[in-house]
Design a protein around this ligand. Sequence first.
Ligand SMILES: Cc1cc2nc3c(=O)[nH]c(=O)nc-3n(C[C@H](O)[C@H](O)[C@H](O)COP(=O)(O)O)c2cc1C
Length: 176
Amino acid sequence: MLWLKWKRWVTDRFLLLLQETSTGLASVQTKSAASPELVSGLVYFSSPSGNTHRFVERLGLPAERIPPRASEPMLKATQPFVLITPTYADGEGRGAVHKQVIRFLNDAANRTLLRGVIASGNRNFGAFFAYAGTIIAAKCNCPCLYKFELAGTDSDIARVRQGLDLFWKQQLSISQ
Ligand SMILES: Cc1cc2nc3c(=O)[nH]c(=O)nc-3n(C[C@H](O)[C@H](O)[C@H](O)COP(=O)(O)O)c2cc1C
């Protein structure tokens, strides 16, 4: 019974977040009025330990990977996207966003197409669990849509799929 209550709470939270974003999106949308055709995209980062890569693979949605190494040419986003990123802070919350993700978001053209962030981490980091999502949401003025642990659970996968589907439908309705 408790589990069902919790499950309901999490889904409501995601949906509530979507409602909150709808007003925010109206302002965001004006930024890219030039690209009426709104196609959904996913961009993600994963270090060689590959947890986030496994999460994205299980999501089964088209996604582009930010190169793990600085020696590789950086990805250029071509459509509005949601970013999925792990967290790498020290014990004090510093350095939560990986350098490669910062490099990707430092490109204004990429940043303009950012619509939301989904972050991951390890709950052992306590208050800094999935902290990269909080940082990027604040710095890039976009919603942090969801947080999951390591490679995520089956219900994380189901919720994120459902949430993204709603999120992009909402964006489409806002852009029309
Ligand atoms: C050096 C280091 C620092 C980390 N710092 C955090 C942290 O501050 N908060 C958190 O939630 N997880 C933290 N993590 C856990 C990672 O975010 C987690 O293992 C994630 O699944 C890694 O994703 P990846 O395998 O796709 O790179 C840290 C992991 C490492 C190795």
